[in-house]
Write a protein that binds this ligand. Sequence first.
Ligand code: KG4
Ligand code: ZN
Length: 329
Amino acid sequence: MSEPLVLGIETSCDETGVGIVRGTTLLADAIASQVDEHARFGGVVPEVASRAHLEAMVPTVDRALATAGVTLQDLDAVAVTTGPGLAGALLVGVAAAKAYALALGVPLVGVNHLAAHVAVDVLEHGPLPDPLVALLVSGGHSSLLLVPDVTDVRTLGATVDDAAGEAFDKVARVLGLPFPGGPHVDRAARDGDPAAIAFPRGRTEGAYDFTFSGLKTAVARWVEARTDIPVNDVAASFQEAVVDVLVTKAVNAAKEHGAALLIGGGVAANSRLRVVAAERCDAAGILLRVPRPGLCTDNGAMVAALGSELFARGVVTALDAPADPSLRL
Ligand code: KG4
Ligand code: ZN
């Protein structure tokens, strides 16, 4: 008998993602991005996100089914992100997943968005290393996690203020770069000097916590005090400060736990983060796994990947389960 076919729906923020996996094999990963709709506001507007998810939902599911070459009737389970995320946005995905599951007579599998960012790596690199430390850095979250198992993810530390991606987006704005700022800062930094300006590395009480608000303010002050801004140098110096802090703490956590390191979330697409993490993990003898950029940013494949793993273990979710904007690990 072939492995179960699982569809995964992701609507926690501003991407409508629908992935389809068979076991741990990725068959389709359809995305409807709303970036353009939010760009003019300089950030994600929850009400706009919910409406866009509603419009994109059925076409994105249909596109994923067509890519995978399967029909709804072939599905064995429907997985969905139940949290954490924007309440209205989550509700659209959860309602859609329940409707598909009920209509098809297959189980619903609710998944945690952060655990899904970790689980997605099995689609690209096979079973997760054990022990494993995960650094999740995106627009909404920055956490260091200890992952004994995808159903048992423990928080070692988290941001005490801005998420790493949020800092990228805000600094981009200060530099006059478009939203979302991460990729633009990344590009500008390639032509800049990372040692041009000594921006602060935020200190925290918890060894594995992060803070980026002081760094963000330091960049804003530096820029405000000048008229002729060397955008590439500021971008490179800011990026270096973020990457240095993220990689230093992640490598320390991996060393402490004798673990491999996995990096996920939108900021894991950052080219400098990937290079520095590879160099320092190599030097410390730590196995590093980073999914390809398309699997790091929010997507449906990650939900299908974790849903498939849970379904294989017999974990299913009741049809009256709520969406939970502040769902914990
Ligand atoms: O995981 P994601 O797609 O959505 C959230 O869950 O937030 O992450 C989006 C975030 C944005 O803040 C974006 O600026 C950042 O990831 N990002 C990057 C890069 N690509 C995306 N940050 C730095 N460098 C990049 N290349
Ligand atoms: Zn995310």
